[in-house]
Design a protein around this ligand. Structure first.
Ligand code: COA
Length: 265
């Protein structure tokens, strides 16, 4: 399937082999998320998921300063109760769509990831930060609470105590502290960030595509289940993958001491 992203205003999509590099592109506003940008990100995720030539998505921010510096405060400043709730749901729906994308999604956090920017990164599968990045949920310092999933995904990722410290102080933390908390998976020098994240993404893409989708599904759906139900889900998915040509190719390649050849366009 070919995709046309030329009409997008605030999001750039570039291809590098089987990788799609998605860049939030409002550098003059430190890539803050307004409604247009959120809608464009949603469209991009849906289209990239449907594109068989795309194996993984790398998400980053334009410029050297910011990944995404939050929801657009000029929009938030005008909202009332009902549109405030609608704005939160608009961002949440996009981020859940990203989280449930069947392909791996990697965040390359190249600068500020604050508020909605950190929430966007939290909806990705893995996060890597430039050593200069600053992360945080500063909403309480603006007299609001996170609305794009931060109160739910952050404690699930790093635990309630550390999450509440970040939520209640509104502090920005550096990349090394984020690594210590398990908020990011790795830290790289700024100029190495994108090449390293692409290298990790390519390693993922070299694995079985259905296996990647099912492994992700097991973790994502399992997070909402009891251990027993999660184990049942895992066994069902394990049975399902055993019916695929992909499994036969993976096993045959191992036994024949060659690289597997996956069915990817
Ligand atoms: N929403 C809207 N605009 C934003 C923004 C946001 N979340 N974050 C930055 N901007 C805009 C600034 O208003 C400024 O625009 P202007 O040049 O038209 O005045 C531009 O981006 C550059 O930001 P600036 O504040 O001048 O850069 P800085 O280097 O001095 O500070 C930050 C960088 C990230 C510390 C600061 O911009 C900031 O605190 N942003 C808000 C972060 C936040 O609270 N996010 C959560 C929102 S819920």
């Amino acid at each position: 399937m070919s995709t046309d992203f030329a009409s997008l205003q605030n999001v750039l999509v570039a291809r590098d082999g089987h990788l799609a590099i998605v860049t939030v592109n409002r550098p003059s506003k430190l890539n803050a998320l307004d409604n247009q940008t959120i809608s464009e990100l949603h469209t991009v995720v849906v289209q990239l998921e449907a594109d068989d030539t795309v194996g993984a998505i790398v998400l980053t921010g334009a410029g050297e300063k910011a990944f995404v510096a939050g929801a657009d405060i000029s929009v938030l400043a005008k909202q009332g109760v009902l549109d405030g709730r609608d704005n939160a749901r608009h961002g949440q729906v996009m981020m859940s769509r990203l989280e449930n994308c069947v392909k791996p999604v990697l965040a390359a956090i190249n600068g500020f990831a604050l508020g909605g920017g950190l929430e966007l990164a939290l909806a990705c599968d893995v996060r890597f930060a430039a050593s200069t990045a600053k992360l945080g949920l500063p909403e309480v310092s603006l007299g609001i609470v996170p609305g794009y999933g931060g109160t739910q995904r952050l404690p699930r990722l790093i635990g309630t105590g550390p999450a509440l410290q970040l939520l209640l102080t509104g502090d920005h933390i550096g990349a090394d502290e984020a690594l210590r908390l398990g908020l990011v998976n790795g830290v790289f020098a700024p100029e190495e960030l994108l090449p390293k994240v692409k290298e990790i993404a390519r390693r993922m893409v070299s694995r079985g595509p259905t296996a990647l989708a099912l492994a992700k599904q097991a973790v994502r759906r399992g997070a909402h289940l009891s251990l027993e139900d999660g184990l049942q889900l895992e066994a069902d998915l394990f049975g399902m993958i055993s019916s695929t040509a992909e499994m036969k190719e993976g096993m045959a390649a191992f036994l024949e001491k060659r690289k597997p050849s996956w069915l990817r366009s």
